[in-house]
Design a protein. Structure first.
Length: 160
């Protein structure tokens, strides 16, 4: 095998493994495979799937009290607050920011934070998170695709 082909094959394998480890199911809400076995994440995802926002928030709030350095908990907590409606957006952004402070490459937090910025009509900040995802998702990822669609829909609905 030629050196360039060997390099590309190795790079693809590395990226594929990294993407699998960084992804997780359910819209990319968590940063790694370890979180998929986390009972807090599993419980929150089950509540979110049922749109039981109060149950998701209660479990995540309790988990955050015990483990405030978990980016996945912050991300899902902010998501469940935002989706419940009439959220305190300052608190929502605080938790997305904390998730990204703890894990600047957290794709789910970038996607959901970008979506949240669209709800408060801050297109530039949403686009900043889209740009961050573009850099993180070299070969593309669900989080980038979802936020890109949300930005495009926002722009189509807010043409002057």
């Amino acid at each position: 095998m030629k050196p360039l082909l060997r390099f590309l094959a190795a790079a693809l394998l590395t990226c594929s493994s990294a993407a699998h480890a960084a992804g997780g199911g359910g819209g990319g809400t968590e940063a790694g495979d370890a979180s998929s076995s986390d009972p807090v994440i599993a419980s929150a995802k089950a509540a979110i799937a049922k749109q039981d926002w109060a149950a998701a928030q209660a479990g995540l709030k309790q988990a955050l009290a015990a483990n405030p350095k978990n980016a996945d908990y912050h991300n899902l907590y902010a998501y469940s607050m935002r989706k419940a409606g009439n959220a305190d957006m300052a608190l929502v952004f605080k938790h997305y920011e904390e998730a990204l402070r703890l894990d600047p490459k957290h794709r789910g937090a970038h996607e959901y934070s970008g979506e949240a910025y669209l709800t408060v009509d801050d297109l530039p900040k949403a686009k900043a998170h889209l740009a961050a995802l573009d850099k993180l998702c070299f070969f593309g990822c669900e989080e980038y695709t979802d936020l890109k669609k949300a930005v495009a829909a926002y722009e189509a609905n807010h043409k002057r």
